[in-house]
Design a protein around this ligand. Structure first.
Ligand SMILES: CC(C)(COP(=O)(O)OP(=O)(O)OC[C@H]1O[C@@H](n2cnc3c(N)ncnc32)[C@H](O)[C@@H]1OP(=O)(O)O)[C@@H](O)C(=O)NCCC(=O)NCCS
Length: 155
């Protein structure tokens, strides 16, 4: 297996939508992925093997605001990640996360953070395995469920 992690390309979109629909009960629409790919293409990463999309991660870097003023502190945020069901548990998700975290560090982000459904025990274990800690909860973050906030120090 020769899996490559690289930035998103337009031709990845169909493969991404297939994985998104297989992975989430409330999948993002095509327009959302197109929007993100224009807004922050270098933090939208794809795992590819011989032309086939196996997974993707979308990150963003936010500058922390205090009283409405930008602060020096920058945080990486994992917006979305999924791996094709038939290729899970082979390290692809971890490869995607490590590369997006590397790109967060390049942009001087000192922490990485994400929200995960409370019931998504697979993803919670996945993130813990990568060094994320559960640091909070947002009530009713999803229409039907709370989110657990997980955070990792990137220093
Ligand atoms: C979460 C997800 C991206 C993980 O991708 P993956 O490529 O399967 O993950 P990896 O193979 O890199 O897993 C690394 C480690 O994470 C943990 N892990 C991953 N999946 C797990 C599961 N289903 N149950 C328990 N632990 C799991 C294990 O420690 C695993 O190591 P191991 O396989 O040696 O035991 C994938 O399960 C997925 O696409 N889920 C559906 C979408 C989703 O829930 N996204 C997260 C939204 S917040």
């Amino acid at each position: 297996m020769r899996v490559e992690i690289r930035s998103f390309r337009e031709e990845d979109l169909e493969g991404i939508l297939r994985i998104e629909r297989l992975s989430f009960r409330d999948p993002w629409p095509r327009t959302f992925f197109s929007y993100i790919s224009r807004k922050a293409p270098d933090l939208f990463l794809v795992a590819e093997e011989e032309g086939a999309v196996l997974g993707y991660v979308i990150g963003e870097v936010r500058e922390v605001m205090l009283s409405g003023l930008p602060h020096r502190l920058k945080m990486g945020h994992i917006v979305n990640i999924a791996v094709a069901p038939e290729r899970r548990r082979s390290g692809i998700g971890s490869m995607l996360m490590l590369e997006v975290e590397r790109r967060f560090r390049e942009r001087k982000a000192t922490r990485s953070t994400l929200e995960v459904r409370e019931s998504n025990s697979a993803a919670r274990s996945f993130y813990k395995n990568l060094g994320y800690e559960e640091t909070g909860r947002v009530r009713a973050y999803y229409l039907d469920e709370d989110a657990i906030i997980m955070t990792k120090n990137l220093a």
